[in-house]
Design a protein around this ligand. Structure first.
Ligand code: NAD
Length: 354
């Protein structure tokens, strides 16, 4: 009889591995060697083990995946870990009887045909996924990022896409002027996605440097792009702006003071503009993502901040890939968002309802 009746492989999800009578103990033993337990993988339970190699930035290697599969196939199951597994609790251990089917992106051909959409942060994560979706749905994409290399990589991945790349810093007036210039006379949409995290510091520990940097990019940069595109949208009496906020725009427990305040400011900017320009045919909305697997860096520089935020993370939903956020953002950018103006739409698997 096979030692691997469930055919565990690198393509099996983390949740499947943890729930498997052989895979669970083998994986948990490996995690324990690094001072972790199965619970630490709970947010990525729906990802294939192989995907962890890509997203873990070196922490989880292909050799580790191969080693895990070999141990299961050899029937090399650690007894001690098996006991720990049965004693431990946690969502990842209690996999549902039927695994939730993976979501598959459905491209709506031509949804953005004839439209020019500016997308910031297009070099990575949520911005790249959104720019890709708009381009694949026929839109002309003005892809903006501070990283020239990331933009080149994005454009090369979609050789048939109508993509204009503009490398620049969204806090810089000259760069903003160049972005609008590249778009041309007609601007149908703007997705303000570029943003950075803070270092989880509560207000008594926040440095001027972190505060100013986070506000400059997340709030001032977002405002500058909006200010620059609204005249064209007013002239055509039509346009859709989508700002990316965060769960930190809805609650105090998702990040430090600077990031939380900056994303609340993004929500305010969104609502003010929705109110001001609604009658002129411009819709302005925000999407508040929950956890998303991207290149964004979150540091924990404060013991108090780390303890408080980690405690709140107990109710964190599974992390998703950028394409799940692109689905929400492109809905609001597209004409299907007609009649939706001034909302802060949580796209977080229900976190905001918890
Ligand atoms: P990411 O780091 O993968 O991508 C952000 C991109 O923005 C990068 O390519 C970066 O080079 C670019 N960028 C940063 N500063 C810039 C600047 N000044 N000018 C131009 N480009 C700049 O991050 P992501 O997770 O995709 O983040 C996108 C947005 O989503 C951010 O606003 C972030 O706050 C928000 N968000 C992310 C998460 C998450 O879990 N990843 C959750 C909530 C909200």
């Amino acid at each position: 009889m096979s030692n691997n009746p469930n055919n565990l492989s690198g393509d099996s999800t983390v949740g499947t591995w943890l729930a498997d009578p052989a895979g669970g103990p083998v994986l948990r033993t490996m995690l324990a060697q690094g001072g972790q337990d199965g619970e630490s993988l709970r947010p990525v339970a729906k990802l294939a083990l192989n995907r962890l190699v890509e997203v873990s930035q070196g922490a989880f290697t292909q050799e580790m995946v191969d080693g895990l599969v070999q141990r299961v196939e050899a029937g090399d199951i650690p007894a001690e870990a098996a006991q720990t597994a049965s004693a431990s609790t946690g969502q990842a251990e209690a996999a549902p009887a039927v695994e939730t089917p993976a979501w598959v992106e459905q491209v709506t051909a031509g949804r953005f045909s004839g439209k020019t959409i500016i997308i910031t942060g297009a070099g990575s994560g949520i911005g790249r996924a959104t720019a890709s979706r708009v381009a694949r749905e026929g839109g002309r994409v003005i892809a903006v990022d501070i990283s020239t290399e990331r933009l080149a990589d994005f454009a090369a991945a979609l050789p048939d896409g109508d993509i204009v790349t503009v490398a620049g810093d969204i806090t810089d007036n000259a760069a903003v002027a160049a972005i609008v210039e590249a778009a041309g006379e007609r601007i149908d949409g703007l997705a303000n996605i570029a943003g950075i995290m803070d270092n989880m510091t509560p207000v008594h520990e926040v440095s001027d440097e972190i505060w100013n940097r986070v506000f400059n990019i997340n709030v001032t940069g977002t405002m500058k792009l909006m200010r620059a595109v609204v005249p064209a949208m007013l002239a055509q009496a039509q346009g859709s702006i989508v700002n990316v906020a965060s769960e930190a725009a809805l609650r105090g427990s998702a990040a430090g003071a600077a990031y939380t305040a900056s994303k609340h400011a993004v929500a305010g900017l969104t609502k003010s503009s929705a109110f001001m320009y609604g009658p002129s045919g411009i819709r302005v909305n925000a999407v508040a993502p929950g956890p998303v697997i991207t290149n964004i860096e979150a540091k924990f520089d404060s013991p108090l901040g780390a303890a408080r935020v980690r405690r709140a993370m107990a109710i964190l939903p599974d992390a998703v890939e950028g394409d799940a956020l692109a689905a929400s953002i492109t809905f609001l950018l597209s004409d299907d968002g007609v009649n939706v103006n001034g909302v802060i739409l949580p796209s977080d698997g229900g976190w905001s309802a918890a």
